[in-house]
Ligand binder design. Structure first.
Ligand code: SF4
Ligand code: SF4
Length: 606
């Protein structure tokens, strides 16, 4: 991470110019369950928060409420591949938990430690207050699973991460010097967003949330489904207003899911319980929408899939309006559905915390897209003379009646060094502004062509060529669209035996690749970089498990290739054989990956 920053002005392939580090003119900080976060933005629990490097990338992209990917007791699932379809609006096959619970805990603690190292290194010009980061756990899916000893160990392992931190601390290289003795906060998380299956009974949802708040002392957010709007409103918006006539929401999705009346009743009780216990409670809008699988991306056995992206934004915002009308600020809303550059400031103006993204971050540019969210937010804040989120909430949607002068501000507080929210803003005024903004924003949403079918059904273009092991268009699109940063470039000098033409080659660090398929969607050539480019492992165990696929294993003293089932190993010091093309290829790849000027996972590992 630090080597890449020095040599390439990037971290995990995110260029430093796309880092969101804040500035002194815009106080974007918010409170989430009473904790301060430097921005209201965060990645939604999912592919952008699965591994340590995903968390670092999300943080560098401005995320300060990091919703860790959902875990559950059933952590040995066979997940269909590919599992993400971003060709149009965004679909996935909804099975979480690709890592074991123990691996997830390790990745999350590791990610938090890397972020702390970056923050404390002094190498990033972070604006005051921009270090404040909240880690929010996400757990599913039923009460028995949440109470199971392994899930309990996971949750407690994040509430007090001391053993993991101290074990990982010993792995920090000596060149980091005093950073190895850093005070990594052991209480990594004290809140949890509850994910439940589509069709989870309301009593079960309430039971889990009550258990987490009462027995574990956690602040809790319950994620709800868009089906809460009911069949008439969901289908009316989706098909009639937005024009997604190809989508069918199965009847039993509504029949099995919680009804609005049930949800409203348990939200009321849980908000009361949270208040009585002194812990936070809120709702997350929304989960994805179950639809029939009418496409050919996922394996044919997948009868349903889960919709996200622009159409979900409209559904979820209608549900925000319903919750706001019923509960006002009593039930705070965390948001996830079709967030992108243009609507991020609107969601902030509605007082939603956090405003999380997933689908948009999987498109061309990846995490770097979030820097545009903040450019747009700052522009909109400037347009109404707002220096803080609260000021923005009050002014964002006021038109002719906007106050001509900013309200008087209280003196700067504490170490934050930024102007505090105007003293004149009371909680009641803020609540009224949030509700008013919600009504204004949602009113015209379904008529906005941004969310309608024609615009969102265009697919990424292919150029009619199929990828080969070396050389390609070298457009680099496959690198940022990978949430795990598993694809990377390296320089392979051409030779008579390996006459490559491109100055850089693409490789796939297969230890970090979960075959989600997203890089295939955006690669202009056919075949998928994750399938056809050199797939490199550093773990022998994982390389063996991956058989019979073609893959290369790089070890400290050797390189081994498996091509069409044949295995060839070349140890350092083996004499080159002029007529052995595979050995020569492997030897050259090894030398190229480990060349001193390269920064990649392979040479970091060895
Ligand atoms: S390399 Fe491609 S298939 Fe693998 S995780 Fe990344 S985007 Fe998914
Ligand atoms: S593999 Fe595809 S996406 Fe990646 S650089 Fe080559 S052509 Fe571009």
């Amino acid at each position: 991470m630090f080597r890449e920053l020095e040599q390439r002005e990037a971290v995990f392939d995110l260029p430093a110019r796309k880092f969101v580090l804040g500035d002194s003119q815009h106080d974007t900080s918010v409170r989430f369950h009473g904790l301060r976060a430097g921005t209201p933005f965060g990645p939604a629990a999912g592919p952008n928060t699965q591994m340590a490097q995903n968390l670092v990338l999300s943080w560098l992209a401005g995320g300060r409420v990091l919703e860790l990917k959902t875990v559950q007791v059933n952590d040995r699932l066979e997940i269909p591949r590919p599992c993400i379809d971003m060709q149009t609006v965004g679909y996935n096959v909804e099975w979480s938990q690709e890592l074991t619970l123990e691996e997830s805990l390790e990745e999350y603690v590791k990610g938090a430690m890397l972020i702390r190292l970056l923050e404390a290194s002094g190498r990033l010009p972070l604006a005051p207050g921009m270090g404040a980061t909240v880690f929010d756990m996400s757990v599913g899916y039923d009460l028995a699973g949440v109470r199971s000893p392994r899930v309990q160990a996971f949750i407690r392992g994040l509430m007090d991460a001391t053993p993991t931190i101290e074990r990982l601390r010993r792995e920090l290289p000596s060149e980091l010097g005093p950073l190895r003795d850093l005070d990594f906060a052991p209480a990594l998380s004290r809140s949890l967003t509850l994910s439940t299956f589509h069709g989870c009974p309301p009593g079960e949802i309430e039971g889990i949330a009550a258990f987490l708040m009462r027995e574990m002392g956690l602040s809790c957010v319950v994620k709800l489904n868009p089906t809460l709007l009911g069949p008439a409103e969901v289908r009316g918006l989706l098909r009639d207003r937005l024009g997604y006539t190809d989508l069918t929401v199965p009847d039993d999705a509504f029949a099995k899911d919680t009804s609005w009346d049930d949800a409203a009743a348990f939200l009321d009780r849980l908000a009361g319980l949270g208040a009585s216990l002194g812990v936070g409670f809120g709702v997350k809008l929304t989960n994805t929408l179950i639809v029939e699988n009418h496409r050919d991306v996922f394996p044919p056995g997948e009868k349903v899939m889960y919709l996200s992206g622009p159409p979900l934004h409209v559904l979820a915002m209608h549900l925000v309006r319903r919750v706001r009308r019923a509960f006002g600020d009593r039930v705070p809303v965390s948001f996830s559905a079709g967030i992108e550059r243009a609507n991020f400031p609107d969601a902030v103006a509605l007082g939603l915390v956090p405003v999380t993204a997933c689908t948009d971050l999987l498109k061309t540019g990846g995490y770097a897209r979030a820097s545009g969210y903040f450019e747009e937010l700052h522009r909109r804040m400037d347009a109404v003379g707002a220096a803080s989120v609260d000021e923005f909430v009050v002014r964002a949607f006021t038109r002719g009646d906007a106050p001509s002068e900013p309200p008087e501000r209280a003196p700067s507080e504490g170490r934050d060094e930024r102007p505090a929210a105007p003293a004149s803003l009371t909680p009641a005024q803020l609540a009224a502004a949030r509700l008013r903004n919600t009504e204004t924003y949602v009113e015209g949403l379904a008529a906005d062509p941004r969310y309608a079918a024609p615009r969102n059904l265009r697919t990424p273009r292919k150029i009619g060529r199929t990828l080969r092991l070396f050389d390609c268009l070298t457009c680099d699109k496959c690198i940022p669209v990978c949430p795990n940063d598993a694809n990377f470039t390296f320089v392979l000098p051409p030779s008579a035996s390996l006459p490559v033409t491109e100055p850089r080659q693409i490789a796939n660090f297969a230890d970090f690749c979960n075959d989600c398929g997203n890089c295939d969607t955006f690669c202009p050539e056919h075949g998928g970089p994750y399938r056809l480019k050199p797939r490199i492992f550093v773990s022998r165990e994982r390389w063996l498990r991956d058989a019979p696929r073609d893959a290369i294993l790089v070890e400290w003293d050797a390189i081994t290739g498996r091509f069409a089932g044949a295995v060839v190993r070349v140890a350092d010091g083996d004499a080159p054989a002029a007529d052995d093309a595979t050995s020569n290829l492997l030897r050259r790849v090894r030398a190229a990956l480990l060349a001193p000027g390269e920064v990649n996972y392979v040479n970091s590992y060895w």
